[in-house]
Design a protein around this ligand. Sequence first.
Ligand SMILES: [Fe+2]
Length: 216
Amino acid sequence: MNKKLIYLPIDIDVEWPDEAVLIDWFHKHKLKDTNYWEYESNRHTWAMTSTCKEPKDWHRYDKDIWNNRREEGENHGVIIHPGLRDIFPSLANCLEQLPFKQLTVSGMLYQMGEIPPHRDAHDTRNPTEPRRYTIYLTNPKHNTFYFSRDESGSEKIYPNLITPCFAFNNTDVYHGAEATNRPKIILTMAGILDNTAHEQLLEKSLKKYKDYALYV
Ligand SMILES: [Fe+2]
């Protein structure tokens, strides 16, 4: 049976942010609403980092943007949260370089409780795996993120976070995060991938980071 690539560090220019500055930014810009599923299920608190069309309010949960994240719509490119580029230029630049035709929304996720093994919403366009781009923002020494072959999480596979940006497989494995009592923030994104650019980036990244890639 073919081995499945489940984790790959991405060869893209991005630096680890200063953790204290990051946490401060997060708390100032997190969503004021608490009536979204991720929050209500004690998984993550959100802060929007970019959208593809001007949101009504950067600090409010926008159901319309989130529910239609993989549908083609009004798309003005990557609109960065006002002020974010000044503080985290490398992050803003990275978001613009990622291989999306439409990067509908991206946001920081501050972990709340334990995240049980799960798979994220299915991408009906079926881009090549690994397809879920993520930027790990807080200190990777305290990583809580893992993969699991099944929903039980009995065997946890931990990635080596050599670089902040990575892609993971949302089809062949589950992923979750252990409970933590220190701040842990990742940046996640959803939209429509440009599959050609995506595959080229995977190929380039695999050449550079083959020793860190994980398979099941
Ligand atoms: Fe997830």
